[in-house]
Design a protein around this ligand. Structure first.
Ligand code: SF4
Ligand code: SF4
Length: 353
């Protein structure tokens, strides 16, 4: 599987049956939405200098495609660009694909993925007559797309998607607290000869120990992590774990177990699919409070949480966020729990009422 090295620390991996070769570490394009174009270009160029040759974005990620398009233009033929169409039906997918090609300043997208196929309905729409897949297959035949994959947050649907035999890659959340894809999704993808791309290698920002996260992932060389990068320091730090390739020690495993039991199974993955809430409740921000009170100082917690926690008062328990959450989290209950945790934290610091 490993065929060559870049000039730096990273191996080049064949991405399943896609025909694409990518670096074993890719670039996730969500956070560059939050920086200006000049900074985004510096970050992307820095990633390229460090050897990264795989860049993932999506039609849905604000101006991420435009920033990547501009920054990667000089290196276009040396990188693999992946994007995603959100629309599940053909017409919308065709429009989004045209727009992505334009924004990315290219005449071909190396890997186009059907974004977030996480329900039976999504899968049927995408694969059915007049669905997105038909349009993407036609684009592939025309050379505007080199391979077609999909992303998902639902293991059962991801397995079904893999078993259609029509996709070259699957993208799924994977890290040391979300390791369930090892049971069904990844084995099915490998049986189908698919490439595997791992979103949320840092638990969507929940996991602060990047060393543990990437040393854990290095055990699975067939899985390509695409951490969201928003600073040059972040990617330099991550690359350092690929330079030394030190396996996890016993102490590391103990720490991983400690973090796993601290978070439990009911945690927010910060995917933001529940947003926006019509009542203005800052759902993912509030659901982080439980973790923040353990890790940050009083001042920092108040600065991060005070305004967000106040928005919970507006919740009318309409349940719309629960329907949108791919992890079926009982969001209104969890919001209340986090408010209670915050109030207790204030009392412990002599500040509650
Ligand atoms: S249940 Fe509450 S938080 Fe969720 S969408 Fe409705 S009002 Fe917003
Ligand atoms: S509550 Fe659910 S949908 Fe909202 S950010 Fe968290 S995991 Fe995602």
């Amino acid at each position: 599987m490993i065929s060559e090295k870049t000039s730096n620390a990273l191996n080049i991996i064949e991405l399943g049956k896609s025909g694409l070769k990518v670096t074993e570490l890719g670039f996730g394009g969500i956070p560059i939405m939050r920086v200006n174009i000049d900074e985004a270009k510096l970050i992307i160029e820095h990633c390229f200098e460090l050897g990264i040759r795989f860049f993932d974005t999506a039609h849905m990620y604000g101006d991420s495609e435009e920033k990547l398009g501009e920054a990667l233009e000089p290196f276009r033929d040396q990188v693999v660009i992946a994007s995603k169409v959100w629309a599940k039906e053909g017409k919308g997918a065709a429009e989004q694909l045209d727009m992505s090609l334009d924004r990315l300043r290219t005449n071909r997208i190396d890997l186009i993925q059907c974004h977030n196929i996480s329900s039976q309905e999504d899968l049927e729409k995408v694969m059915g007559p007049g669905g997105a897949y038909e349009v993407l297959a036609k684009a592939k035949a025309e050379g505007r797309v080199r391979a077609i994959g999909f992303s998902s947050h639902n293991p059962d649907i991801a397995v079904k998607g893999c078993n259609t035999g029509r996709f070259a890659t699957v993208q799924f959340p994977f890290n040391f607290i979300e390791h369930d894809p090892l049971e069904k999704v990844f084995p099915t993808a490998l049986e189908q000869g698919m490439g595997i791309i791992c979103m949320k290698p840092l638990g969507g920002g929940l996991l602060e120990r990047a060393d543990l996260c990437f040393r854990f992932l290095q055990q699975y060389p067939e899985v390509i992590p695409i951490p969201g990068i928003q600073s040059r320091d972040e990617i330099s730090e991550i690359i350092s774990f690929y330079r030394d390739r030190r396996p996890l020690s016993e102490d590391d495993w103990e720490k991983i177990q400690e973090i796993r039991s601290e978070l439990g199974t009911r945690f927010c993955h910060r995917c933001e699919y529940c947003m926006p809430c019509e009542q203005g409740v800052q759902i993912p921000g509030v659901l982080l409070v439980k973790t923040q009170v353990r890790r940050f100082s009083y001042k920092q917690v108040v600065a991060m949480a005070k305004d967000r926690v106040a928005t919970v008062e507006n919740c009318v328990e309409c349940g719309e966020c629960v329907e949108r959450c791919p992890y079926d989290l009982p969001i209104p209950d969890m919001l209340k729990e986090n408010v209670e945790i915050y109030k207790r934290f204030l009392l412990e610091h002599g500040q509650g009422s």
